[in-house]
Ligand binder design. Structure first.
Ligand code: NAD
Length: 502
């Protein structure tokens, strides 16, 4: 048996319980069907076969989950932070203990390749550890003094919060939001993406087995327009942490307006990788290819626009096209696979539609540009050349293994092309000229920039975007700022005269 056969057999074992029991909602520590009894299927993009029936939660289920989160909030928020820390470290350990199950489930449900998903649980556990370790200091603030007053600033958890996540790397992304919320003392209602509900079920189950009290984390499956919408409108939900498309972010802002919801948005991107002719070309090519073809290109920080200085444009494009054509597209559980199937036939159709758009707009397809195989959502790693920045393939987030290469003359043009999109999440810059790197990074519209590097995440640093790419930052203390209210208490330091009126 090959390694792939072994992995498929193991995955079948992990999937069996989902096939038998379905994916239920998890409210107040109990697995429950949707109040309406309705279900929908989650399919595997490997072969489009159903993996499990999923509870189709709606407003009633959200209301129940919010009631559970509200009931659990007083005890959880008052649990000593050292105790919360201990529980969350146990959750991290329990995630690591089930790393293979999480990885294989994620591969089958999302189509992401095992070579990347094998780290999903490790990164999820790292999120829990990082924020657990900060829990004991989460309330801390500053003391500021005037001659007459002493001000003490501190933070307190905001209340039950809603977490709404997308289908790309859902386990890792969910932990990224849920771990700091729990560490801050909030309780959570999580609405996972309808295309990828399975690992959210594992997360809540693992967390409770590790000691998280019932009702602290609740999971309601369902569609955005009903379960998601109700969560964003619920008066007892104090904040919404959302990761997804920019236009969904706008909808959530409207839906949350009535209840003055605090929102944190991590949205789309059309991130440039800018290569100047003085760069280390080999490394720049490897990094550009890695940032668009890893994780199926279904990655908010993917380098989806390759901006190359004119003199090296042909050489860089030739090299990237060679890398793209060598990449193995295949079953996500094959250890050799780099690009697995895209999440769902609907998304595949969207990605394929850009191949037509590229042809119509006059770009050249230098690699890929086609579907692979007859079954499953497989798409070839693609490079468009001879493109201009006004084409839809340069402006819209395609969210697949698809790269658009555009030449530029000089620094000014590189900057104006880079910034001429609605998004501003990440930017990657390749140059060995330090002064140019400073000038460029000072002026690029991006919340995160990497110079001479692919995206390497460090949890204490701020993660988030500008323009249509989002509002707010994750990581470091920024996550706590979102999940907590900052309050100030002022005491007199010395007798003082209060103004007498009347
Ligand atoms: P999406 O916006 O379609 O859905 C995300 C979630 O929102 C899902 O759970 C969905 O059910 C829910 N939703 C949809 N409509 C809703 C509504 N009206 N009210 C409440 N909830 C609603 O996004 P997607 O297609 O699942 O994910 C891909 C997108 O996510 C891409 O744009 C990608 O760039 C973005 N993303 C951003 C980051 C980041 O950190 N900036 C990270 C990952 C993904």
């Amino acid at each position: 048996m090959s390694k792939l056969d072994d992995n498929i057999a193991a995955a079948r074992g992990y999937m069996a319980r989902f096939a038998a029991d379905g994916v239920m909602n998890h409210i107040g520590g109990e697995n429950v069907p949707a109040a309406s009894g309705e279900t929908f299927h989650t399919i595997s993009p490997v072969d489009l076969k159903p993996l499990a029936k999923v509870a189709r939660g709606g407003a009633e289920d959200i209301d129940r989950a919010v009631a559970a989160a509200k009931a659990a909030f007083p005890a959880w928020s008052r649990t000593p932070s050292a105790e919360r820390r201990k529980i969350l470290i146990k959750v991290a350990e329990a995630i690591e203990a089930r790393a293979e199950e999480i990885a294989f489930t994620e591969c089958m449900d999302t189509g992401q390749a095992l070579r990347f998903m094998s780290k999903a649980a490790i990164r999820g556990a790292a999120n829990f550890r990082f924020f657990a370790d900060q829990a004991p200091y989460a309330e801390d603030g500053a003391v500021t003094r005037t001659p007459t007053q002493m001000n003490t600033t501190s933070k307190r958890p905001i209340g039950p919060v809603g977490v709404i996540t997308p289908w790309n790397t859902p386990f890792m992304l969910s932990t990224w939001k849920i771990a700091p919320a729990l560490a801050a003392g909030c309780t959570v209602v999580h609405k996972p993406a309808e295309f990828s509900p399975m690992t959210a079920k594992l997360l809540v189950e693992i967390a409770e087995e590790a000691g998280l009290p019932k009702g602290v984390l609740n999971t309601v499956n369902g569609f955005g327009e009903d379960a998601g919408k109700r969560l964003t409108e619920h008066p007892d939900i104090k904040a919404i942490a959302f990761v997804g498309e920019s236009r969904t972010g706008s909808m959530i802002m409207r839906q949350g307006a009535e209840t003055l919801k605090r929102v944190h948005f991590e949205l789309g991107g059309k991130n440039p990788v800018i290569v100047f002719d003085d760069a280390d070309l080999e490394q720049a090519v490897d990094a550009a290819a890695f940032m668009i073809y890893s994780l199926n290109g279904e990655r908010c920080t993917s380098s989806s626009r390759l901006l190359v200085q004119a003199g090296i444009y042909d050489e860089v494009c030739t090299r990237v096209a060679e890398v793209a054509s060598r990449i193995k597209v295949g079953h996500p559980l094959d250890p050799e696979t780099v690009v697995g199937p895209l999440i769902h036939p609907e998304h595949e159709a969207k990605v394929l539609s850009y191949f037509e758009a590229a042809r119509n707009e006059g770009a050249t397809i230098a690699a890929g540009g086609k579907k692979v195989g007859d079954t499953g959502c497989y798409v070839a790693p693609t490079l468009f050349t001879n493109a201009t920045n006004d084409m839809t393939i340069a402006q819209e987030e395609i969210f697949g293994p698809v790269l658009t290469a555009i030449p530029f003359k000089d620094e000014d043009e590189a900057l104006s092309l880079a910034n001429d999109v609605q998004y501003g999440l990440a930017a990657y810059l390749w140059t060995n000229d330090l002064n140019r790197a400073i000038r460029m990074t000072d002026n690029l519209d991006a919340g995160m920039m990497w110079v001479n590097s692919e995206n390497i995440r460090h949890l204490p640093t701020p993660f988030g975007g500008v323009k249509a790419s989002g509002i707010g930052r994750d990581g470091g203390d920024w996550s706590f700022d979102f999940y907590m209210e900052t309050v100030n208490v002022s005491f007199p330091r010395a007798p003082h005269k209060t103004p007498k009126l009347g």
